[in-house]
Design a protein around this ligand. Structure first.
Ligand code: KG4
Ligand code: ZN
Length: 337
């Protein structure tokens, strides 16, 4: 079969990204313009500012991705774009651009689910990984355990009923006075702290549940900080970071282990921004070794938002015949299935 070259576009949050991937597995180029420094001033992502910056940067990012791969739009087979979930204004910028580009250049348009994109990051990193496997997607907006039955057949086994894991990291980091995004800050501070210093709750929900809840943990950290403040006791941010992080990771590890036991699937692929966390990688590796599971974790640049994973996912959607048309709309809370 002739090689398929996909141009991927991602603008669901605060990264403006374009990438070209061959046959879903080989990255030819990626250009990502991050807005982190802009949003840091406000302590988090400001949706309107994100949309405006996507609009400004996207034409350059796409042009540069093509140039880096030494290609023109004529060489591309299809344009894959994130159409949800995410910030609706931010999604609309990428989607409108992708629709116009595909229409004007007579290319196939493919709508990509952002979480499916995160899962596909593993295909770029591990050329031999194939479904079926279990996925743990942990990002700023999502915490999902999924059964990847086939490339286009993904079933959610569990998800957060309130905050996402990354959201909890960001909120706790904020009250500790760390800059946005908080995840990498807590990761770094926790290395100098004691994870068993403060007993924060591990919310497992009902017996055998694969769902998550992180809002209680976030409140427990806030309450702890407030009560220490009222007693005029100085807290050690490194210990708070490490103790919070152990609580999050205990739950993530326990739940994915439970999912593996329930489904008897022995292959686990992590993805999403929080999968870049050094302690999570350490704990997951230990758990996988103890149980004889195969574990896949993308390198950090494929964990956080990027268009390479969107282009990879779009290739499999194309192979499954999931093609979009000019009426494709952005869906802020697009369900996974
Ligand atoms: O996947 P992503 O780039 O965007 C979403 O789809 O949400 O994930 C961003 C999230 C943020 O909450 C950020 O704090 C978190 O991933 N994150 C981390 C680390 N690096 C990024 N969390 C914990 N440890 C890290 N090293
Ligand atoms: Zn993401």
């Amino acid at each position: 079969m002739k090689d398929k070259l996909i141009l991927g576009i991602e603008t669901s949050c605060d990264e403006t990204s374009a990438a070209i991937v061959k046959n879903g597995r080989t990255l030819l180029s990626e250009v990502t313009s991050t807005q982190i420094d802009i949003h840091r001033i406000y302590g988090g992502v400001v949706p309107e500012i994100a949309s405006r910056n996507h609009l400004q940067m996207l034409p350059y990012v796409v042009a540069e991705a093509l140039e880096k791969a030494d290609l023109t739009i004529d060489d591309i087979d299809a344009v894959g774009v994130t159409y949800g979930p995410g910030l609706v204004g931010a999604l609309l910028v990428g989607l409108s651009y992708a629709k116009a580009l595909a229409y004007a250049s007579k290319k196939t348009l493919i709508g990509v689910h952002h979480i499916k994109g995160h899962i596909a990051a593993n295909y770029l990193q591990y050329p031999t990984l194939e479904p079926p496997f279990l996925g743990l997607v942990v990002s700023g907006g999502h915490t999902n355990i999924v059964h990847v039955r086939d490339y286009c057949d993904i079933v959610t086994l569990g998800k957060t009923i309130d905050d996402a894991a990354g959201e909890a990291y960001d909120k706790v980091a904020r009250v500790l006075g760390f800059p946005y995004p908080g995840g990498p800050e807590i990761d770094a501070h926790a290395k100098n702290g004691r994870g068993d210093e403060i007993a924060f709750p591990r919310v497992m929900l009902e017996h055998e549940s694969l769902d998550f809840s992180f809002s209680g943990l976030k409140s427990a950290v806030l309450n702890y900080l407030n009560s220490m403040d009222m007693k005029n006791i100085e807290v050690n941010p490194d210990d708070v970071s490490a103790s919070f992080q152990e609580a999050v990771i205990d739950v993530l590890v326990a739940k994915i282990q439970l999912a593996a036991k329930k489904t008897r699937i022995k292959t686990i692929a992590l993805s999403g921004g929080v999968a870049a966390n050094s302690r999570l990688k350490e704990r997951m590796t230990e758990m996988a070794q103890d149980n004889g599971y195969m574990l896949y974790i993308p390198q950090p640049k494929y964990c956080t938002d990027n268009a390479s994973m969107i282009a990879s996912c779009a290739y499999y959607e194309l192979m499954c015949g999931n093609i979009a048309d000019i009426y494709l709309n952005a869906v802020a809370n697009l369900p996974l299935g």
